[in-house]
Design a protein around this ligand. Sequence first.
Ligand SMILES: [Zn+2]
Length: 229
Amino acid sequence: MNDKEPEARFPEVATLLSQVGRELHRRGWALGTSGNFSAVITRDPLRVAITPTGIDKGTLSADQIVQIDGSGETVEDSHRPSYETRLHLMLFELLGANAVLHTHSVWSTLLSELQASEGGISMEGYEMLKGLRGVKTHQHLEWLPIIENSQDVVTLSESVKAQLIQNPDCHGFLLRGHGLYTWGQSLGEAKRHVEILEFLLEVMGRMYWIKGRGSDTVFSGDRLALTER
Ligand SMILES: [Zn+2]
């Protein structure tokens, strides 16, 4: 897919990735050091640009972005890559994606708890769904799986892989009490998916609250689907 060597492409990818990271922080979806972002530099050999661990996303700069190989090792002396690097590499391999973006928004955190017993969130009937790759109509049914969080990234990666094999058409997933993962064929597409899914999660969260007003059963745990208007 690329006719340049990784070293020649890396500065450009790192610049774009840092811009996206700062923008996601500005939107309130990756505050503090939360979230991590990556993009494929070259496929053969596999080289990936990824955000480092422990860096404030509001001041993320291109020179902080780390270049890793297909086993997650840094290519040159640099910051340590994100703790969730293994999960990103699994997504590149399993899905053929070229960019992975992971946010920690208020709405994804809230809804992943509220809907955890359902195992996911169904979204149907909204025009914004058409911003997801391959979706042509608002009648599309999008299932966003919710996966139990873990501090063991190997366990987490295996749980996610099993869920994605069961749900090959999904455009993202939630980690419970943690945040959203989504991806794309390009960094631009992945960013669009973050915007679409975060929009839909906020709509759902606000609707949950509006529906619950005036009753004693706010956040009763009733199944909430975006088709319920
Ligand atoms: Zn995270």
